[in-house]
Design a binder for this molecule. Structure first.
Ligand code: F6R
Ligand code: MG
Ligand code: MG
Length: 364
């Protein structure tokens, strides 16, 4: 029998503006998922949050894109959104774009990442969950984990990884996808995924046997709603050890706080700061963007753990660097490259300003 890990996430309301979700919403999610576990739809689950996003990490044996599991997640978020409305939380129900469920959570607002695999003797699985950024934020760390020998020693010295990995890349603007192999097509892959707002790593497979290695939520909220309603605040599932990157080779990919887009009003570049669960509270200028990491063992579809991957003093230097970068970027105020280019901003006054000035512009 195969095991499925599904992370389905949404922002359904928060306290302190868009800062942190509320315990009552987490409790409501727990109520729903515990019933689903009793009834056997889920084998296990773990609920966490990164900032204002609730991440429901669920295990079961129903495969990916399972209607009942997706409906469970949708109904759970709908019920949570009602509580958020009662409490007048900020952005209550903000990620729920539809009133009724229609078969699959995709296109309805929440983000989802899912993998299905036959469990090995011991199967470590990592959940990396972000807030205040977009799915392309994972391009760099996933590339490092699965293709950069300066990050992942195993690519060079472990024969079970030496064959490399296939990357499935989505073009989220043209709605198409391509699979590229590393190390052979590394330069071509980088030519695409360096454009983080357009080309997004969706899944990674081990080349030697096609085994799934990683999956990312790529549900582009702005595209789905027809207008820019929010950065997606993505999650990634990463398999590890014995033929995959070691746990520490997955977390090491976040030791460099690279610049990602999101942060204040989804319109600024800033460093991705890896934090323990207790620090998943982005409040400085609504950020800086955060990522948490949770390490589990998956055992007969049960979740053993987690280990809070970034609750580790060895990441203090990364966080300090992220603070320095934040100070530096903030000094630019409304100027690029802190502020995003006009076409990638979630908020813009530019059309109004241009309209107002229309009569005053003269040809040169
Ligand atoms: C970014 C984010 C926040 C909000 C900001 C303004 O993804 O969620 O930075 O954009 O707090 O929020 P509104 O427009 O709701 O006042
Ligand atoms: Mg919010
Ligand atoms: Mg968020």
């Amino acid at each position: 029998m195969k095991t499925t890990v599904s992370i389905i996430k949404a922002d359904i309301g928060s306290v302190g503006g868009h800062a942190v979700t509320h315990q009552k919403l987490l409790d409501e999610c727990d109520n729903h998922l515990s019933i689903a576990k009793e009834e056997g739809l889920l084998t296990d689950y773990y609920i966490t949050h990164c900032g204002d996003d609730i991440d429901m990490i669920m295990t079961h044996t129903n495969g990916v894109d399972n209607e009942e599991v997706h409906k469970l997640a949708f109904d759970t978020f709908m019920a949570g959104a009602e509580i958020a409305k009662d409490l007048k939380l900020y952005g209550a129900g903000q990620d729920l774009l539809s009133e009724t469920f229609s078969g699959n959570i995709k296109g309805m607002g929440p983000g989802s990442a899912e993998i299905e695999f036959k469990e090995r003797g011991a199967d470590p699985v990592f959940a990396y969950c972000c807030d205040k950024t977009e799915p392309g934020a994972f391009n760099l760390p996933l590339f490092k984990m699965f293709a950069d020998p300066f990050n992942t020693a195993g690519l060079v010295i472990d024969p079970t990884l030496h064959g490399g990995f296939d990357f499935e890349v989505y073009d989220v603007i043209e709605n198409r996808k391509v699979i590229m192999s590393c190390p052979d097509e590394m330069y071509d892959l980088l030519a695409l995924i360096g454009s983080t707002g357009r080309y997004v790593i969706k899944r990674i497979f081990r080349r030697s046997d096609g085994e799934i290695a990683a999956a990312v939520s790529t549900d582009k909220l702005n595209m789905m709603a027809g207008k820019y309603v929010g950065k997606d605040d993505p999650v990634a599932i990463v398999r590890s050890q014995s033929g995959f990157p070691a746990g520490g080779e997955t977390s090491e990919a976040f030791a460099f706080p690279h610049l990602v887009s999101g942060w204040m009003r989804g319109s600024h570049n800033g460093p991705l700061m890896p934090v323990g669960q207790k620090d998943a509270r982005p409040v400085r200028f609504d950020g800086p963007p955060r990522v948490i990491g949770l390490g589990f063992q998956v055992s007969n579809a049960k979740l053993i753990g987690p280990v809070d991957m970034f609750d580790d003093p060895a990441f203090d230097g990364t966080r300090q660097k992220a603070v320095e970068i934040s100070n530096y970027m903030r000094r630019h105020g409304p100027f690029e490259p802190h502020r995003l280019p006009a076409d990638e901003m979630e908020y813009t006054s530019l059309p109004g300003v241009l309209e107002k000035l229309e009569d005053r512009f003269e040809d040169m």
